[in-house]
Write a protein that binds this ligand. Structure first.
Ligand code: SF4
Length: 238
């Protein structure tokens, strides 16, 4: 992080109160206004997360906060296109890419828990390879921004723009919460924003390769995630 400012360290109760107030005050604000508030409020205690499906949020934040930390969870199961998007983002957008990995490689996990845990117990696999690494990474921050949107799925329909992430003790910010896919597409086109090539190959939602398939015309955008399994979210946004 190369920000000039260092935000005052706040206690958990102060952060929780701040999040709840901001969630009310910033509902209806533009994404740029929400990012400005986050940057002014948290300084270098603020990070963005990105799945590298597209880099719209990372780009948007970097325009106001050059050098912002962008946390990318490298699960060990990403498509090469996703890893390529992360590499390209790190050299074409003014961000500090923070690549976070699970404690075990895929080979080590296979050796200790058996092969293909994603088939037998995807909840545990996501916990070990996504949820826990993110929690470790976020210990360095008071607030984190995510690109989730209300229009992505019914489970995300009530996403607040700012909320209290009680499990992690962080302020959670969703600047794009009220954007539609069309808003994202427009931002990408207007700003020449980098996107994952898989988006143009039938993958409107990109995750780990064992748990992501192409979707057919008319299917829900997230229908290709954990298809055929009783799972729709990795657990990060529960
Ligand atoms: Fe494992 Fe699939 Fe979750 Fe990736 S999405 S961490 S492969 S269960």
């Amino acid at each position: 992080m190369t920000l000039a400012t260092t935000a005052t360290r706040r206690c958990r109760d102060d952060l929780a109160a701040l999040a709840r107030q901001a969630g009310r005050d910033l509902e209806g604000a533009s994404a740029a206004e929400i990012v400005r508030w986050a940057a002014d409020t948290f300084g270098d205690r603020f990070a963005v997360t990105s799945s590298m499906q597209d880099t719209a949020l990372a780009h948007l934040v970097s325009q106001q906060v050059p050098g912002v930390d962008v946390v990318f969870l490298d699960t060990g199961y990403h498509f090469p296109e996703t890893l390529g998007t992360a590499d390209a983002a790190s050299v074409t957008i003014p961000i500090n890419l923070v690549t976070v990995r699970p404690r075990q490689t895929v080979a080590e996990q296979d050796a200790t828990l058996g092969p293909d845990l994603y088939r037998r117990n995807p909840e545990l696999c996501c916990q070990l390879r996504k949820v826990a690494p993110l929690e470790r990474a976020l210990t360095n921050y008071d607030a984190w921004a995510t690109g989730i949107r209300r229009d992505e799925s019914p489970t995300r329909a009530n996403t607040p723009v700012v909320s209290w992430d009680d499990r992690r003790g962080k302020v959670k910010i969703a600047p794009l919460a009220d954007w539609t896919q069309e808003d994202v597409d427009r931002y990408v086109a207007d700003n020449g924003v980098l996107t994952n090539p898989l988006l143009d190959d039938g993958y409107p939602s990109v995750g780990c390769w064992p748990c992501t398939r192409q979707v057919a015309e008319g299917e829900d955008a997230r229908a290709g995630r954990w298809a055929g399994r009783a799972k729709t979210e990795c657990g990060i946004h529960k």
